[in-house]
Design a protein around this ligand. Structure first.
Ligand SMILES: NC(=O)c1ccc[n+]([C@@H]2O[C@H](COP(=O)([O-])OP(=O)(O)OC[C@H]3O[C@@H](n4cnc5c(N)ncnc54)[C@H](OP(=O)(O)O)[C@@H]3O)[C@@H](O)[C@H]2O)c1
Length: 225
């Protein structure tokens, strides 16, 4: 499976403000780029923190991209995936509507009633992996067995850090926007516990850059460990 992380950050590396509400960092050109990247993948994953903060839909905006997918025998939208150890995704969240299939990655610790409420939705399929927290290598293997060959990661910072820490990321695209958000509590591209040992820092190679929306997209690939 190829794992492609995409995010938009301010010039100081923040994904959002300290209030963790959704803010526009990029513009129309970047939205179109993200739509194309989504269309290239089999599934798009976010952490439950992003679901609770932004209530994203994670479907394709551009009807032509949906039609192209259908022409090649794929569903019009990629599947949606939430890393949600305790099944905190609200049953009325947009990510579990009927626009596409949704895989809910939960841990054994997830309360059975919340899992059952979400599983009652015909578009939702639950994948259990891990005891207290979603075991990402196991969960991604399960997704691969479901036919997910390219997985796009759309945040947030907790999930992105875990994927790097597990050595699961292949590519990273970051739009760096022309603004400063600041705030030591504001989420950044990679939060979690962070690496301490420089030997553990993932090594990235810059493969391309694009100037759009008054900022720049940096395309990186992760060097083999
Ligand atoms: N600018 C952008 O491109 C962009 C994109 C996305 C989000 N955002 C912003 O980012 C913020 C949300 O980011 P966030 O970092 O708070 O949340 P997040 O990464 O979306 O979700 C984190 C949650 O995912 C769950 N999770 C399950 N398994 C995990 C694992 N193995 N490793 C890590 N997390 C796991 C954890 O909750 P459980 O333990 O309950 O499972 C964790 O608290 C919001 O402010 C949103 O607006 C910005």
């Amino acid at each position: 499976m190829r794992v492609v992380v995409n995010a938009a950050v301010s010039a100081d590396g923040k994904l959002s403000t300290r209030h963790r509400e959704q803010v526009a960092i990029s513009g129309a050109e970047d939205f179109a780029r993200v739509d194309r990247l989504r269309a290239d993948g089999d599934a798009v994953v976010v952490g439950v923190g992003t679901v609770l903060a932004d209530d994203p839909h994670l479907t394709l905006d551009d009807g032509d991209l949906r039609a192209d997918r259908e022409d090649r025998g794929d569903p019009p939208n990629p599947a949606r995936v939430v890393a949600d150890s305790r099944a905190r995704t609200p049953p009325d969240a947009r990510i579990v509507d009927d626009a596409a299939r949704t895989y809910l990655l939960v841990a054994d610790a997830a309360p059975g009633d919340r899992v059952a409420d979400l599983e009652a939705n015909p578009t939702v399929e639950v994948i259990r992996a891990g005891e207290d927290r979603v075991d990402l290598p196991v969960a991604l293997d399960r997704l691969e067995a479901e036919g997910v060959e390219q997985l796009m990661v759309e945040g947030g910072g907790e999930l992105i850090f875990s994927l790097f820490a597990e050595g699961l990321v292949d590519d990273l695209s970051v739009f760096v926007g022309p603004t400063v958000i600041g705030g030591r509590e504001a989420p950044t591209l990679a939060d979690g516990e962070g690496f301490v040992d420089p030997e553990a820092f993932p090594e990235l190679r810059l493969t391309d850059t694009e100037r759009i929306d008054g900022g720049i997209v940096l395309h990186w690939t992760v060097a083999e460990g």
